[in-house]
Write a protein that binds this ligand. Sequence first.
Ligand SMILES: [Zn+2]
Length: 211
Amino acid sequence: MSGSTASSIAQACVRLSALGMASANGGNVSVRASKSRVLVTPTGMCLHEVTPGDLVTVNMSGRKLKGRGKPSIETQSHLAFYEERPDIRSVIHCHPPYALAWALARKAPPMKCFCEGYFLVDDVKLVRPYQTPVTQPAVVRKHAAKVNGFLLSNHGLLMAGAELRTALLRVETYELLCQSALQAERIGGAQQIEPRQLAWLRRLHDEHFPR
Ligand SMILES: [Zn+2]
């Protein structure tokens, strides 16, 4: 495991915490360091406290290989993503307040209404009913081929990316969408972008930001 990967995870934890997306000791972050090893945050620790030395290395079964603490209780949900999607290198679970508001209401925010949101988070699936950390991996395995994230009813957000930066961008963009869509409800609701425009946006995105 390179020190730079561990440092990047610790920085991401601090950022999620600073943005109010991982209050108290909620949230966990992982990066697939190699074919057989994943670096994940320890359970029970506040993300703003996480340093590179606190990260736990596990194998693809979730067994600890290295580290002081225990791996996050939601490690198996992360591993399910890695198992199903070799292109995924990072997974973030957190409780962003506006995404959580939609999750508590068991409703997905309106999609296809925010240009940049469409690029990044059009494929986030609302999962109902409430999934415990123990049942989440099965849900991830079932849908991971088609989506890059899950809005977990009564719980929070599970987001994946080809790299840590992408997963972070998706979390931040989805939270902005959730916040703005909620505000838009007060003035008539978010309006969908027309299908032809969406097709054009998709081509533009694929041209400039290939997956
Ligand atoms: Zn959680």
